[in-house]
Design a protein around this ligand. Structure first.
Ligand SMILES: NC(=O)CC[C@H](N)C(=O)O
Length: 223
């Protein structure tokens, strides 16, 4: 499978994401710049983390209005897999491609530490490598990761299995409703998550619990 990584001014996890995809798939992803309106033919588009456009206005708000996001939306509508990590998640929410909103952490502090994630739904293209209910380690680094959705939306996404990851008990770093750490769209091809699986894929990182997300999204899991 071919993948692409979006690069925008202010993003800073693009190199980590490129390294993770290259190591896991054996093939370097193509990169996509903010002004691009023609996305190359790929199976997976990843929007990495960072501080796009300096987090001005709201995290992800400016990026969501760039031409490249419209092009990504069109690809997603055709079924291409799209994954947003941290700022990438915020961008997908701002673009209306995922439900809810990401607000300031309840601590009002930037939180950078390892948390534990529960794989709530393993029946997705991004989580097939895991068992349902499996607890994995994953680092977080953000100040606006507090997931919010109105009561009706929350009920719907919970009932539809769109809550893919939850912070495991006692590790919610930001006050997210229902401990939500990652959600998927109704169609099942757009995933957003606040934690950074690209930073836990090999022994040099101290573990490889994040690897399964990329292996799943790239269809590298043996059936
Ligand atoms: N690591 C990130 O992607 C950070 C996202 C965003 N700038 C925040 O702090 O919430």
């Amino acid at each position: 499978m071919k993948s692409a990584v979006v690069q925008l001014p202010g993003l800073n996890r693009d190199r980590d994401m490129i390294a993770a995809l290259t190591k896991i798939s054996g093939q370097a992803p193509v990169t996509i710049w903010q002004t691009e309106t023609e996305i190359p033919d790929v199976d997976l588009i990843v929007i990495p983390g960072g501080f796009s456009y300096g987090d001005y206005l709201r995290c992800g708000a400016i990026a969501a209005r760039m031409p490249v996001l419209q092009a990504i939306r069109e690809k997603a509508e055709k079924g291409v897999r799209v994954m947003g990590v941290c700022n990438g998640f915020q961008i997908l929410v701002e673009a209306g491609m995922l439900p809810g909103a990401l607000m300031r952490n309840t601590s009002l502090k930037f939180v950078c530490r390892e948390i534990k994630l529960e794989v709530v739904n393993n029946q997705t293209s991004f989580t097939a490598a895991y068992d349902k209910g499996q607890i994995i380690r994953c680092p977080v680094a953000h100040h606006d990761g507090n997931y919010f959705a109105d009561a009706e939306t929350l009920k719907q996404i919970e009932a539809n299995g769109q809550v893919v990851f939850r912070y495991a008990q006692g590790t919610n770093p930001n006050g997210s409703l229902n401990d939500i750490a990652g959600v998927i769209n109704e169609k099942g091809n757009v995933l957003g998550m606040m934690p950074h699986p690209e930073n836990l894929i090999e022994a040099a990182h101290g573990g490889s619990d994040g690897r399964g997300i990329f292996a799943s999204a790239l269809d590298l899991i043996a059936a």
